[in-house]
Design a protein around this ligand. Structure first.
Ligand SMILES: Nc1nc2c(ncn2[C@@H]2O[C@H](COP(=O)(O)OP(=O)(O)OP(=O)(O)O)[C@@H](O)[C@H]2O)c(=O)[nH]1
Ligand SMILES: [Mg+2]
Length: 245
């Protein structure tokens, strides 16, 4: 991870504008304090790009519009908002040639954003976090050059619960999936129960029900809570369990 920060620090220095990529479903959780502080210290212009908007209803997005400035909403999956984003970048650069660094937590959608903007699969993407390992330069047009970076964790933060929730640590790599799953179930009970068609209140019982429903069982048909937790986290991180449906 330290070498990842080396790439990010280089990109922060070399860029004129820094795009901080945020997940529309979890805007607050994906705001990266350390990156934002560094951008401020360097006196660079920040641009918040809220991505994965295809997963959030329009009314929810409108409510958040005033929260961050300057900000642009996009969906890399559906190629929505990319023209507005290019316009915004050029507005900030006053029409000049500009280098734009793209930073954020692991797996927020940085490389996908770059591909959507450049209109080709120049930056490699994956559902697995920690996929981009180095810096990559991608020319969008004669004026805009983007720099992709690996996702980084703040040095003073170790919020494993949050990392599981936002997908910054892959479901397969989470050390204590049961604990994270139970906390997440407690926090997002309504949408989880709705998704799995359950009418329970206790997170442990909900996890047990998920285990039984999806045959995550051990000897004698007993629920295997660890297997159920990993299964649930996989679905959560894949964006199947949607908060706003
Ligand atoms: N639904 C939806 N999924 C998206 C969108 N953008 C990215 N994703 C998904 O989010 C996951 C991570 O995307 P990446 O672009 O690889 O994320 P990254 O920030 O570059 O990740 P690292 O390089 O690992 O830090 C992939 O499974 C993408 O398909 C989007 O606009 N909508
Ligand atoms: Mg990437």
């Amino acid at each position: 991870m330290p070498s990842f920060w080396k790439h990010v620090n280089y990109v922060l220095k070399e860029s004129d504008i820094i795009i901080e990529v945020l997940d529309a479903r979890m805007i607050n959780e994906t705001r990266h304090q350390e990156l934002e502080q560094k951008v401020q210290q360097l006196g660079k212009q920040i641009l918040y790009v809220i991505t994965k908007c295809d997963m959030v209803p329009l009314e929810e997005l409108k409510k958040k519009k005033q929260m961050l400035t300057p900000s642009v909403f996009i969906s890399s999956r559906d190629h929505l908002g990319t023209t507005i984003l290019k316009k915004k970048i050029l507005e900030l650069s006053q029409g000049n040639k500009v280098t734009v660094g793209v930073v954020g937590y692991p797996n927020v959608g940085k490389s996908s954003l770059i591909n959507a903007l450049s209109g080709r699969g120049a930056a490699r993407t994956s559902a697995e976090s920690g996929y981009t390992k180095g810096m990559q330069k991608i020319r969008v047009d004669s004026k805009i050059t983007l720099l992709d970076t690996p996702g980084v964790f703040p040095k003073d933060e170790k919020d494993i619960m949050k990392y599981g929730k936002i997908g910054a640590i892959d479901y397969a790599k989470i050390k204590d999936p049961e604990l994270i799953a139970l906390q997440l179930i407690e926090e997002e009970k309504d949408c989880i129960c709705q998704y799995y068609d359950l009418a329970e209140d206790d997170p442990e019982i909900i996890l047990e029900q998920i285990a039984l429903k999806f045959k995550k069982t051990g000897r004698g048909g007993k629920p295997d809570l660890e297997a159920a937790a990993r299964f649930f986290l996989k679905e959560w991180q894949a964006g199947k369990i949607q908060k706003y449906l």
